[in-house]
Design a binder for this molecule. Structure first.
Ligand code: INI
Length: 157
């Protein structure tokens, strides 16, 4: 039986972070978490490029362009969509989710989804380095694992 698995080794890997500025007090913590995960897994800050966009709605377009450049092994999308009192949340959250997934498949490369879609600021804070961990850190670990998994499949090892 053959088992393919992605090692959690970021050494030499190049990452693009696409970061929404909206709700920056939360997203800054996700960005710090993602960078921390990359460095702790053997990666380097020198191999990280950051593209900043106004909000989560703009994340898919920047992800698409970063993917198109073919300069990165993986892309990490970071943002925070927090529900308000209008349907705006659903439109922004749906488009961000769909667009990131579409870019990942269109370019056949790892794009991890570190965009919080939550009901309240409290829930966002919980997921940005407090009670419920740091989803930016988790997204970066996922990007590392998926990059290494695709390499293992490609090399058939
Ligand atoms: N963008 C976010 O990243 N998070 C939000 O919570 C949010 N809300 O709630 O409005 C948000 N809106 C802005 C949106 O992403 C676009 O930047 C804007 O609509 C311009 O295209």
């Amino acid at each position: 039986m053959k088992n393919f698995a992605g090692k959690l080794n970021a050494e030499g890997l190049k990452f693009a972070l696409v970061v929404g500025r909206f709700n920056s007090f939360v997203v800054d913590a996700l960005e710090a978490g993602a960078k921390d995960a990359i460095v702790r897994h053997g990666g380097s800050l020198d191999n990280i490029a950051v593209a900043r966009v106004p909000g989560a709605f703009e994340i898919p377009l920047a992800v698409q362009r970063m993917a198109q450049s073919a300069k990165y092994d993986a892309i990490i999308a970071l943002g925070a969509v927090i529900r308000g009192h209008t349907p705006h949340f659903d439109f922004v959250a749906n488009e961000a989710t769909k667009g990131v997934a579409q870019a990942m498949l269109d370019f056949s490369m790892p794009v991890s989804f570190g965009i919080l879609t939550v009901d309240s600021i409290e829930q966002a804070i919980e997921r940005a380095g407090t009670k419920a961990g740091n989803k930016g850190f988790e997204a970066a670990v996922t990007a590392i694992e998926m990059t290494q998994l695709l390499r293992a499949i490609e090399m058939d090892v």
